[in-house]
Design a binder for this molecule. Sequence first.
Ligand code: COA
Length: 301
Amino acid sequence: MPVRPLRRIGISSGERLHDQVDAALFHSPYGATLTNEIEDEHPELIVRDGENVLAAFARGGTAHLVYGFENERAFADRFPAMFEKLLPKARRAIAPDDLRFRLAYAPARPLVEPVLKRLWFSPVRDWLGFTLERGAKLPAASPRGATFRDATAADIDELLRLDRGAFPDTPLTREGMLAALREGEAIMATVGKHAAAFCTFSMTSPLDGYIHVVAVDDAQRGRGIGTALTVRACKRQFAAGARRIELTTDDSNGAAIRMYLSLGFRQMSAGRDYTRPAHPKAIARLKRQSQGTLIRFGGWR
Ligand SMILES: CC(C)(COP(=O)(O)OP(=O)(O)OC[C@H]1O[C@@H](n2cnc3c(N)ncnc32)[C@H](O)[C@@H]1OP(=O)(O)O)[C@@H](O)C(=O)NCCC(=O)NCCS
């Protein structure tokens, strides 16, 4: 593996958590708003070891790990102890159902993945990251028969139904959807009297917009509603000052990838998400299962 020069992430006064994380060679890809929120609301959820930092923010029942390490080797050496220190604090402060680690630097995977696996993280999703720069020409996009309006918490049941239909394997919980509405914005499309689609988005820093979900009812796909929602979300965020808009989608999601590319988004990153239950009982169950495998097969497969 080529040796890359190290950059220091020393803590100088006035430097915010996001600056420290971002200056580290191996770091999480979250925006400044989410990262700095930890410092403002849960400073106890920041664990440091020398130049390395690990922290967590909560979104809809999931604790997302924010990290900045001097390099991947420092991650392999320090992450397990820092994680064990953070975990009980995160359980107390934000009581998550699970924890999520987002790896955005694919070449680090051979070194990082075994460390995560030993701590009971498992891969949950391979994604591609797309960016649309300010100034991109967006179409007017008004599909016939569809109307658009802001969604609110009063629409929660319809939003959950659409989300379940679009993502049957990973539906958002009610709390997760309410958190998305509280912490960002949502636009909904209706056809006749029926909710046909929605899109959620939020600013991750004063200059960065982010599209979280675009979901169109199966029966309404292919008629321009997904495009129209994405365009509306982008225009809203550019008008709010975003210089660029980012999103991720599963690397196997051809329909979404084509839609984003056709709007001028460019693929800028790729990565893998790992998840791990937060509750000790769930971890004990995973351990028992893996011991069962060990006994049955006489060794790790
Ligand atoms: C991806 C999704 C949002 C697209 O919504 P949609 O309303 O069907 O999309 P549109 O009608 O606006 O189509 C826009 C473009 O996307 C592409 N596209 C849409 N459906 C497609 C399909 N089934 N296969 C290939 N390309 C497709 C096409 O390029 C299309 O443009 P074209 O009609 O000019 O060829 C919708 O399929 C969906 O809800 N999927 C499940 C949830 C999801 O994957 N969301 C995106 C990730 S957050």
